[in-house]
Design a protein around this ligand. Structure first.
Ligand code: G3H
Ligand code: 13P
Ligand code: ZN
Length: 309
């Protein structure tokens, strides 16, 4: 099956109350691990590429490897730009065969976010590509102390509605308490499901996206720390909360940190336990196996997208 957009994946996920995993890719091992896990689970999957991943791996290499994954699997695969910073980057990805792009205007004020998003939507739709946009600010949500400030950082459901009407974006990332990276909550993890519910009431047909949704799998944090790493206090979003989010209307769940932790944990362990190893296939192969395990767990046990291909 050729690369697909996320349109049909999301339509079905909204009807049947599950989420599609969107996993960040930077190299061959990640692509193979993710698509092998999705193929085994018969699940649709989204491979997403940040602009720093493009800088690191180079666009033609990433595209060719994704094409190879598409040729050797049977599941629907979408290729998506993650956190597109500007119109030019989104255009470059659209022109090079991406089926979905995110334009992240959340750092701008509302009017500028609308203007930039609409500019990307117009270009993308003219080329058969779908657009994810973002409203509300993820970063630092967990550091809030003051209640009114706190509310200001989460997505405002009325603004979300106006934003979708004015931009015509295809899916919307909202801020309900998740954040990027390995340190998501200082105290107890907490997600604002009440905000998700209000957004879904106003936008029942818009697929909702959750960024910063890694669990920060403690087995990998420990594997890193036990072998020379320094990730004290790393904490993520528990599986049960992500499962609930998937059932309550989130259609796309973004994961990067967990796969980075899996790779780093395994590589550190091999280096520490087998100092004689110097064949990269030994540690990268072991890391690929572990990433595949982590992705399978998410698809099958948490997001609920197995057998939905
Ligand atoms: O949300 C951001 C992703 O984790 C990508 O991170 O820009 O370091 O590739 P990156
Ligand atoms: P994590 O850092 O929680 O994996 O989030 C990744 C993400 O949102 C990519 O856009
Ligand atoms: Zn993100």
């Amino acid at each position: 099956m050729p690369l697909v957009t996320t349109k049909e994946m999301f339509e079905r996920s909204m009807k049947e109350h599950y989420a599609i995993g969107a996993f960040n890719i930077n190299n061959m091992e990640f692509i193979q691990a993710i698509t092998d896990a999705a193929e085994e689970a018969k699940s649709p999957v989204i491979l997403q590429v940040s602009s720093s991943a493009i800088k690191y791996a180079r666009l033609p290499y990433l595209m060719k490897m994704v094409e190879a994954a598409v040729e050797t699997t049977t599941i629907p695969i979408a290729i998506h730009l993650d956190h597109g910073p500007d119109f030019e980057t989104a255009k470059m990805c659209i022109d090079n065969g991406f089926t979905s792009v995110m334009i992240d205007g959340s750092k701008y004020d509302f009017e500028e976010n609308v203007r930039l998003t609409k500019e990307v939507v117009d270009y993308a739709h003219a080329h058969g590509v779908v657009v994810e946009a973002e409203i509300g600010q993820l970063a630092g949500v967990e550091d809030d102390v003051n209640v009114s400030d706190d509310d200001a950082k989460y997505t405002n459901p009325d603004q979300a509605y106006e934003f979708v009407q004015r931009t015509g974006c295809d899916s919307l990332a909202i801020a309900i308490g998740t954040s990027h990276g390995a340190y998501k909550f200082k105290g107890e993890p907490r997600l604002r499901f009440d905000i998700l519910e209000k957004v879904k009431e106003k936008l029942p047909n818009t697929p909702i996206v959750l960024h910063g949704a890694s669990t920060v799998i403690q087995e990998y944090v420990k594997m890193c720390n036990d072998h020379g790493g320094k990730l004290d206090g790393a904490q993520g979003c528990p599986d049960e909360m992500l499962h609930e989010a998937a059932q309550r209307g989130v259609s796309k769940i973004n994961v990067d940190t967990d796969l980075r932790l899996a790779m780093t944990g395994v590589v550190r362990k091999v280096f520490a336990e087998q100092p004689e190893v110097f064949d990269p296939r030994k540690y990268l192969g072991a890391a690929r196996d572990e990433i595949k395990k982590a992705v399978s767990h998410k698809i099958v046990d948490v997001f609920g997208s197995a057998n939905k291909a």
